[in-house]
Structures are given as C-alpha cells and as structure tokens.
Design a protein around this ligand. Structure first.
Ligand code: ADP
Ligand code: ASP
Ligand code: MG
Length: 416
C-alpha cells in the first residue's frame, strides 16, 4: 500500500462524463489498496472564461480580486469529482486550498507555496477516504485567496505529494507523456520514456507547458518521483500497465537513457522584446534599468547590451508578452528620464525557440547546427542565450512553428 497523488488537468476534467472516468480511474487505484489524494484543475476553458469576464470589467483587473474569481474553477472541480467518487461507492471529501490549508505568499496571480498542513488529509486517508484538493490555489497569511500562476495545478500536486511524502505523483493529462516537442506542433514528435530532471526543468522554463516549471522545481527539491501520463485511456486498463506508462522524470545525474545529444525542442510564443536606446555606458546602468522592472515583479529573460559607441549603448531584454505593457510603463515612467536614455522601442511579435539536452555538455557543434538550420529556412535570429544544456533564440513569431519543425528534423528527433 502506498500514498499516491493524482493530478488531472483541464481536458481530463472537461465534462461530467470525463469526471466520471477520472473517478473510475481513481477508484481502481484505491481498490488496489493505495491511499489516494487527487488534485484536479478547473474544467477546460473555465479559467480563461473567468479571467475574460474580469477583463470585460477592467482592462488590468486588481490581482487580489482576480485570484478571488480565478480560483473558483477548481472549487467546482473538486466538488464534482468528490461526488462522482461517492456515486460509485467511495468515501471522498473535497477541500479548497484554504481548508487544508495550503499557505502561500501574497504575490497574487503567481503566489508561491510556503507550507502545507498535512494533518487533516492524513486523518482522512487513514479513515479510508479519498481526498480531493483544489489545484492552482492557496491562502496567504492574511487569509486572502491566491493562485499559483497559469498551469499551477501541477505545482499544487507535486507540492502536496512532497508534503505528504507520497510515493509518487502522477500527472494525468491530454497527451500520453513528455514528447521531444509539443506533439500538436510536430506530429511525428516522439514520446520520451524518461527525461532527466534538469532537462525537464529547462523544457518547462522555456515554454513546454506540459508541466508548470515550479512543479518541476518541487519534484527536484523533494526528489519526488513524478510521471506524466494520459488520462484519456480506458480508465479500467490494468493498473500495472498504467503505472509504467508515460514519461518518468529521472533524477539520475547525466544518465540520459535515450543517449541523444538533444532531448527536445521547447518554445514560447508569447515573448516581447524591449530595447532602451542611447543609454550612457557607465557602471550601474543594467541595475538602474532592470531593478525597477524586477521590483514590479516582472521576470526578465534574455538580456543583451551592445558594444558602446561614443559612450552610449543600447540595452535589450525580453519579458513575457503579458507583462510588456507593465514593463513599458515602468521604463517610460521614471527610468528613462533618470538614466538619460534617448528612447525605448518594443516588439511584441517575437517568440523563443530552444534546443535542450544534457548531451550538449559533451558534444560540440550544436549551436552551429541550430544556426545553420535556421539560416537555411531564412529565419533571422534576434537574440541568443545559452546555458550548459540549452540554446535559445528569439525570432519573429511568424516563423516559430517553421523553426520548431525544422530543428526537430535537423536533430533527428522524430519517431522512427
Ligand atoms: P493539463 O490541462 O492537463 O494541465 P496542459 O494543456 O497544461 O494540460 O499541458 C498539456 C499540453 O502540453 C499538451 O496537450 C501539449 O500540447 C503541450 N505540450 C507542450 N510541449 C509538450 C511536450 N514537450 N510534450 C508533451 N506535451 C507538450
Ligand atoms: N486552471 C488553472 C489554469 O488554467 C490551473 C491549471 O490548469 O493548472 O491555468
Ligand atoms: Mg497544465
């Protein structure tokens, strides 16, 4: 008997029919003698619908109020799933984040989990109940409801699994594992049986939305065995078969079992580029530009500073497209005049494409192969950034899918 956490995403919870299937699958695991905690997302489209309502009222909704409503989709899901379990004879109880409680900081719309109280959940499990806990939400010190950022139910699930010292966290989704790239963009993408933790961290941080990055961080920090698998198979397939399906995140250092140089291609469509032009080239400039941006809780990604000409330089960086207007407001507000910059330019039609693989450490020529492939397709590179196990380029958004497909082919990632 083991304690196992299941997470079901929006598509998996997308209709009452699908919720009944989730209940059957969960019941199968419970019948096999396991203690089960289930963390569902809102039904697909629901979080977008709610956020859309808020934006009809206010272009930039107040973040506290936004979290108040954005979190409701998950509350509907836990209640429905708990009922679906009861309807097939299981004892089940649902909790919202604040009832557990799952405590977070107060960074509305992207809060971080600080602690999870396991007492109530453990008592319910010991009493034979299946516990269903909302994904995506928590509560701050003052009792305000917070959310963990889009895709945050993955993080709730892995964090709950870590807090409960579960044996495994199973992330059920609408694809049957982690692929070499998004199978919706490249139809012959290949499913990976295992992916190293480091690679998964890079893929998630570079835009592969199959797992939210913070869930991968939790998996790494707590060494929580985490598997991505399909919720769309027959819920009654044999448990052993299901338990070994999908993609396991492996923690074995540098054992890329598939022996490839490149493991996958990640992309992020929604990037924006900002250039501060004619900046005096003197110590402290990067800090004076990026400090206020960071203070506004905006994540900066790629950064370049040009060679200075006559004491002036240009400073370019990228931010998530959704934060572009806020970043521009910060810069135009006080920063520009303060540092004496000539002007600020922006481009919101850019995307980032990255190749990822631990094998890069021991292979040379990956960057040149990447740049050659893009040049053969006539794709202009706007910015480049690298780490030990990834190379990212920023390109015009209209070439993003072409870039992903041609790189996937050039690195021989397609399924045989
Ligand atoms: P859920 O609602 O279950 O959380 P998401 O839509 O958040 O599901 O994540 C699953 C989706 O991630 C897939 O449908 C797929 O389009 C996308 N995806 C992006 N990159 C990858 C990848 N490398 N492997 C698998 N899926 C990927
Ligand atoms: N429902 C939330 C979202 O759409 C959280 C999640 O699905 O993981 O972002
Ligand atoms: Mg998701």
């Amino acid at each position: 008997m083991a304690l196992i956490v299941h997470k079901y995403g929006g598509t998996s919870m997308g209709s009452t029919e699908r919720i009944k299937n989730v209940a059957k699958r969960v019941a199968k695991w419970h019948d096999a003698g396991h203690q089960i905690v289930v963390v569902p997302s809102a039904m697909s489209g629901e979080t977008n619908r709610i956020i859309g309502l808020a934006k009809e009222i206010m272009a930039q909704p107040d973040p506290r109020e936004l979290d108040m409503i954005a979190s409701t989709g998950e509350q509907v899901s836990v209640g429905l799933l708990s009922m679906a379990l009861q309807a097939i004879g299981k004892q089940a109880v649902s909790y919202a984040g604040w009832q557990v409680p799952i405590k977070t900081d107060s960074a509305y719309t992207k809060a971080r989990i600080e602690s999870i109280d396991d007492a109530k959940v453990k008592a319910d499990l010991a009493a034979g109940k299946i516990v269903v806990i909302t994904g995506f939400q928590g509560v701050d010190e003052q009792g305000n409801i917070t959310t963990l950022g889009r895709g945050g139910s993955d993080t709730s699930a892995v964090a709950i699994a870590a807090a409960l010292k579960a044996q495994e966290c199973l992330i059920y989704t609408d694809v049957d594992g982690v692929y070499t790239t998004d199978p919706r963009v490249v139809s012959d993408a290949r499913r990976l049986n295992t992916v190293t933790f480091e690679e998964m961290l890079e893929m998630a941080s570079l835009g592969s939305k199959v797992l939210q990055i913070r869930s991968v961080e939790f998996a790494g920090n707590y060494r929580m065995p985490t598997r991505v698998l399909s919720s769309l198979t027959d819920p009654l397939i044999p448990l052993e078969e299901e338990a070994n399906s999908g993609t396991l995140i492996s923690f074995e250092e540098d054992t890329n079992m598939e022996q490839a140089t490149i493991t996958g291609i990640a992309f992020s469509r929604d990037e924006a580029k900002i250039t501060v032009l004619g900046v005096p080239d003197k110590p402290g400039i990067a800090y004076q530009i990026l400090g206020p941006v960071a203070d506004a809780n905006i994540e900066v990604d790629m950064i370049i500073q040009n060679q200075s000409v006559e004491g002036k330089t240009d400073f370019t960086f990228t931010v998530p497209r959704g934060e572009y207007a806020k970043a521009m407001a910060v810069l135009e507000g006080s920063v520009k005049a303060h540092i004496g910059a000539a002007s600020i330019a922006g481009d919101t039609k850019v995307s980032k494409v990255s190749v990822v693989g631990v094998g890069m450490r021991s292979h040379v020529g990956i960057a040149s192969q990447m740049f050659r492939t893009l040049s053969e397709e006539g794709i202009n590179i706007l910015m480049i950034s690298t780490s030990e196990i990834k190379i990212s380029v920023l390109i015009d958004e209209k070439y993003m899918e072409l870039a992903v497909r041609s790189l996937h082919k050039a690195f021989g990632l397609e399924s045989a």
